[in-house]
Design a protein around this ligand. Sequence first.
Ligand SMILES: [Zn+2]
Length: 561
Amino acid sequence: MGNTGNAGAEETHWYKDTVLVMVDRAHVMPFILCAHADASYSGRKDIGPLLNRCIHDVRTQPHVVQYKSSLDQVCEFITGANEDAHRMKARYRSTGSFYPNDVVVKVIESSILFRNVANPQRVVLCASGKLPISAFEAMGTLLGVAPFAMLEYALTGALARHSTLYAKARMLDALFGGDLRNRSGAAAGWAEKLLLQATKEIKQVTEDDGEALADVAICFNDEELLRTVIMPTVMANTSQTLFAVGFLFCWGHNAEAVFQQHTFHSVFDQVWSPMLADFQIVPKPPPPAVALSESTAKNIVGLLFVLDKQGLPDELHALVTSIVRRSLPGAKGDVLLSVWMRVINSLAPLAVLKLHDSIGLFYKLLYQHILRTFVKTYVGLQPTPHRGWARPRLACGCRACWPVNLFLASITQQTETFSAQKDDRYHLHCMLDDSGFDGTHETKRTYREPQILVVTKRDRVKGKYDAWVGRCRKAYDEIQKFDQDGLRQLLGAELYEEIVEMRSVCLHAMDAPGLEFLNRRQPVQEVRNSPAPPPAAPAAPLARVGVKRKAAVIDLSGDSD
Ligand SMILES: [Zn+2]
């Protein structure tokens, strides 16, 4: 009891270990939900456990009215809170204190399964941002349970927030249990209409839309639609190589089973030639910069696999030539790392398998060029160890600046001290700052004037060199991800060693501190002829590489003949 007759004590603080609170059954939920009512700046309290508990109760004891009512109240509370957050967001442009979408997904599930909330669209529509794919999976399970009319409005709203065709197609896939081709019932007509509309409305395609368009075509399996809607969009965008590659990959992979042979090949051929004619993996002008998506490498590898599966050696040759001649020369280090190295890594099993076929040559070409370019561009040439200390002079010829200028012009001096009076020091500090001098200038305090000014030029070479070693290490690690025997066969023994030891970028083969991990063999012939020496203990795994490699080459050529 509280200390006044009217109000009880608040339940927020107490001084005992345990407190027993007796609440009228009808007020249990409101009492518990009080704790969640405060949408403070730190976000909402985790309501997940409470919601899970209520769902569990209803599932296990569906006949207990009290449990249904509790779940109902919690769902209503969450929905109301999100609606409030929506209003706040609209009015004050605040971020709003929303319940996260995994909670929303659970509310959707329970709201229809137990028919506790009359309007599930409320829950969906007031969710924050794009609902995740799990929400569509959840709603998919409801398709057979609830009448579609109950879901339609909510689903349309939720889907509208995903802007690209690719995203819409993925969400619809999830809705129909992972494959839109399984669509049925009233929802099927709705999904078709929506997808068709999205396909017609595509203006600026993204890389992933290529794959999505092929998916839509395959899903509808309608030649008329293919001819009148899909192909015009695809053909208008073949100059966007990544989009076209995505389309060809998905088409080549999946369409054969659905369309007639004639249609399958004709579509492939139609897109192939213009795609190849404009082959460009990264658009040349910097703006608008098109970010490479995660799909890029996947799509390129996918297309290469399709060409192999379909037995198209001329096309393979043309694609490899385009990559080598048109994409690699201007490719930046990060593109080589994130796209091309991934491509050849995923392709390795196929490439090794086809090594002795007539097309093996094309794969070899691809590996040789990509790895060579990767080392040359990503790692880059070893920075020159020559430390040129000369720096630009100050734009002043006064008495105080003169000795400083001498020092700045010196190619051998990194640091120098100058004795200077206060005014001169001030002048020198200003001049050095204004000239953009790369280094430090400090007054070393002594007991009396003139005091000492210490000027130090920054060592540019060290920073550059360390960064270069870092890239060497990264490149080395990337190359180690390959099956080394396969890689050696693809590159040929000589190039393999050149690549693995990064000889093309090292100025002084044996004078590169920090590169011990490369474990270069001394350029002396004795190693080759002597039996494998026991490797040194600490560097054992790497030390063996150089020696064992030789033996393996001999073995393999013996086997293959
Ligand atoms: Zn001066």
